[in-house]
Write a protein that binds this ligand. Sequence first.
Ligand code: ADP
Length: 489
Amino acid sequence: MKILFVASEVAPFAKTGGLADVTGSLPRALARMGHQVAIILPLHRMVRQRGFPPTDTGLRLTVAMGRQREVCGVRQLDHEGVRVWFIDRPELFERNGLYGEAGVDYPDNAQRYGFFCRAVLEALPRLGFQPELIHVHDWQTGLIPLLLATELHSTPFYRSIASLLTIHNLAYQGLFEPEVLPLLGLPEELFHPEGIEFYGKLSFLKAGIFFADRITTVSPTYCQEILTPESGCGFEGILRSRQKRLSGILNGIDPEDWNPAADSAVPYPYAADSLDGKALCKRRLQRELGLPQQAGTPLLAMVTRIDRQKGIDLVLDAWPRLARRPVQLALLGSGDRALSARLQALAAADPDRVAIRLGFDDALARRIYAGADLFLMPSRFEPCGLGQLIALRYGAVPLVRSTGGLADTIFDIDSRPQTGNGFCFEQPTSQALLQAVDRALARFGERTAWRRLVAVCMRQDYSWRRSASRYLDLYLQTLEEHRERTGKR
Ligand code: ADP
């Protein structure tokens, strides 16, 4: 198949979270299966900062944004069998953040990502790339299915292109004031509840949900959860109306990208059958973070966006009781200011036990996965979660709240002695978290049982193998349905 991925972030070029991991690794997995896959993302400042200067294709596109005509370039590089194009418009994307800075969104995000969507579609015929299907991701790309189904549906080049939207996190809806409609070149007629209006605002995500041929989300459990008022973020009605076109496919990770035996950021390589390196990694990490180098003290870790979603406040609330146990806590994260300040205060008050590093640091993240004993994800909700999958691979035993993708991937060892790969709790309370930590600490005390559990975790297979085939089946089905529909038009 000929497939185009479009996303605002793609690893290793630009990343703020799990979205980038998926849009980086799924295309590669599909390319390895013999499919022709290309990716388009904006040329963020971060791309060059991460050491990927793409070359100029020489193409200059003129993109109509309402009455305005805006020009951009297209750059490219080839990465592990995948062609990657970058929409080059410095006025919009040469910035420190992808969506905002210091927790504040850029005020022109509608124009930035609206422009991106239009530029992608404008670029395709000029690049001579006509995909059978465009796989778009999250709100930033939501206008692509809309434009394909409305403005462009009678243009021969675009007519045959099917679209599939993956929702990585329903909490991010791309909501903007209706005044931006003309700036995006969108007609007023679309602004109604059966279109892109969402409680008086324009929602890019709703545009995608409404107009994509198919919608997926990133785990089967989250797919069920988002149909309910508790987890649907107001979209449950729309999603239920499109339920026949909605499915949940679990994310994978690239086992070569995330491999403690061959990760240049891991100081002492190790594998499931030779865990000595992991103990050394822990010691080195404790030293790096200024924590006492005690092999026998369990090191609890988090690598996370700092957001209420991630249950960081549950850890903060549990800490006074947790601190009575012999534990250390290491957290690397960035995001919410108030929670970050609380975390820093905790580290300042208890520096021998708590190390907080604020910022985004891929290498430190890898050293933490490698050095940690327990990896905490007490998320309030979690569409899929990659942290727990990476933690498994690095032998940091996941301790999670059973929600969304966490419920699909982590099974409690105390209730499933044969197949368990972590510790789970149900209620989003610090008390429930604490009880799970206590069970983990009890097992940590039994050295042989703990080493066995670590090895079991490391042997789990959450690679893309299975999920990439599921996507492929769905692509084919989507294409068939699209052909039937457009053929009948
Ligand atoms: P999210 O909701 O943020 O997408 P996931 O668990 O799906 O959560 O994916 C998070 C990804 O981002 C993982 O690869 C994790 O290691 C990485 N990550 C999160 N925060 C940081 C950070 N501050 N520094 C480095 N990597 C991070």
